[in-house]
Design a protein around this ligand. Structure first.
Ligand code: SAM
Length: 286
C-alpha cells in the first residue's frame, strides 16, 4: 500500500508485514468488532499497553495469542524491535487499554515511525470516548476541538481554558473523576455558568450518565456527590454573534464603572474576571 497505493482488493487479513492499529471497547465488551477479533487472533503477536487488560478481552473471546507489553515507558526499546519484526514479514496488532490507540494512549509515535520506514499501517477502528461523548451530547458535532487531558501546569491550563472560552467550536476534554470539580470551577470562571456543557460518565457501561445542561447545573449536580467512573466533558462553542454582542455590553459596563469612579485598571480587572477575558482585552476597549 505505502503512501500512494490503493486500499481496494486487499488480501485476507491479517497480511504479513503490516501493523494493525486496533480499537477496543471503552467499557462494553460487546463493542468489540468481528474484524478486530480476527486480527487479534491471527496476527503474529499483539503489542498492548497493559497485558492484564488485553488478557480480559482475549479470555472473553477465547483468543490465545502472544501478548507483549508496549507503553510509554518502554516504547523507545520496543519500537525498533517491532519495526524489525514487520520488516521480516510478521503482522502485528497494537491495542491500548481501551478505545483507540493514539488517542491519549500509546500509538501515535509508533505509527509515525513505522510509516517513515515505508511499512504499511491499517487501522481497525473501534470505540473512542471523545467521539462517543460528542455524538451523545446533542451539541454541534460537525466542527469540534479535542483537547484530551488539559495540561497540569497552571499557566498552560489557563491558556487553553481561555481558548476554550472564545472558541466557536465544540470542545471535548478528558478528565479524571478526582479532578472534575476543579475543571468545572475553571470552566465556570472562563466560560461563565450559562455555557452549555455535557459531562458523560461511564459511556457504554451499565451506569452510563449524561449530565447537563449548563455549567451552573452540572456544578450543582455534583455538589454533594462522590465522583467516580470515567469522565468526558463536552463544552459548547460560543456563537460569533454572542462574542460581538458581549463586547458591546462589556464596553458599556466599562464606561459605567469608570463613570462611577473606578480606575480603568480596576474596572478592567473586575470585568475580565466576570467575563472570562484577559484584563488587557478589556483595557483596550476603552
Ligand atoms: N484511547 C481512549 C479513547 O479512544 O477514548 C482514551 C484513553 S484516555 C487514557 C482515558 C480517558 O478517556 C478517561 O480518563 C476518560 O476521560 C475517557 N474515557 C475512557 N472511557 C470512557 C468512558 N467509558 N466514559 C467516559 N469517558 C471515558
Amino acid at each position: 500500500m505505502n503512501n500512494n497505493s490503493s486500499l481496494s482488493h486487499r488480501k485476507e487479513e491479517p497480511e504479513n508485514g503490516i501493523l494493525y492499529i486496533v480499537g477496543t471497547p471503552i467499557g462494553n465488551l460487546n463493542d468489540m468488532s468481528q474484524r478486530a477479533l480476527n486480527i487479534l487472533k491471527n496476527v503474529s503477536f499483539v503489542a498492548c499497553e497493559d497485558t492484564r487488560q488485553t488478557k480480559k478481552i482475549m479470555i472473553k473471546f477465547n483468543i490465545s495469542n502472544k501478548l507483549i507489553s508496549f507503553n510509554k515507558h518502554n516504547s523507545s526499546i520496543k519500537i525498533p524491535k517491532i519495526v524489525k519484526y514487520l520488516k521480516e514479514g510478521k503482522s502485528i496488532a497494537i491495542v491500548s487499554d481501551a478505545g483507540m490507540p493514539g488517542i491519549c494512549d500509546p500509538g501515535e509515535d509508533i505509527v509515525r515511525i513505522v510509516k517513515s520506514e515505508g511499512i504499511d499501517i491499517i487501522c481497525v477502528p473501534g470505540a473512542c470516548a471523545a467521539i462517543t461523548a460528542l455524538v451523545s451530547s446533542g451539541l454541534p458535532s460537525s466542527r469540534f476541538v479535542f483537547e484530551g487531558f488539559l495540561p497540569k501546569k497552571q499557566i498552560d491550563r489557563e491558556k487553553i481554558l481561555f481558548e476554550i472560552s472564545k472558541n466557536e467550536k465544540t470542545t471535548i476534554i478528558y478528565e479524571s473523576p478526582k479532578r472534575l470539580r476543579k475543571l468545572l470551577k475553571e470552566l465556570f470562571e472562563s466560560c461563565g455558568g450559562n455555557r452549555e456543557i455535557m459531562v458523560a460518565r461511564e459511556l457504554t457501561k451499565r451506569f452510563e450518565e449524561h449530565i447537563g445542561h449548563n455549567i451552573d447545573e452540572v456544578i450543582e449536580f455534583f455538589r454533594d456527590k462522590d465522583i467516580i467512573g470515567e469522565i468526558t466533558v463536552v463544552v459548547k462553542g460560543i456563537k460569533k454573534k454572542d462574542l460581538n454582542t458581549d463586547r458591546l455590553i462589556i464596553k458599556k459596563d466599562l464606561n459605567d464603572l469608570i463613570d462611577a469612579g473606578l480606575s480603568l485598571s480596576a474596572a478592567s480587572k473586575y470585568l475580565a474576571k466576570r467575563n472570562g477575558l484577559r484584563k488587557s482585552e478589556i483595557y483596550n476597549m476603552f
